[in-house]
Write a new protein. Structure first.
Length: 89
């Protein structure tokens, strides 16, 4: 990454019935976003608070995939193809 610091991208596939969105980033309630931040904090062996700002969810990050909507599947495939690059920008 830029400035010599590594960064990581990942795709998380979830059941829409259980997780419709990632939730609000600054919510007092536990949601998918806070669970991702907690998992990242655990992986880095830092506190939840120290992991604040290390997780970034981009705009338009959610796709609801269905066999009946090939257009959405195409948009999803195009979006995640970003992860298949050989080098960073």
């Amino acid at each position: 990454g830029q400035k010599g610091r590594p960064h990581y991208h990942f795709v998380l596939l979830l059941n829409r019935d259980a997780y419709h969105t990632v939730g609000r980033f600054q919510s007092e309630r536990e949601n998918l976003y806070s669970r991702i931040q907690a998992a990242w904090a655990s992986a880095l062996r830092v506190t939840f608070e120290e992991a604040e700002g290390l997780v970034h969810i981009p705009a338009n990050a959610t796709f609801h995939l269905s066999q009946d909507d090939s257009g959405e599947m195409d948009r999803y495939f195009y979006r995640v193809s970003y992860l298949c690059k050989a080098e960073t920008k």
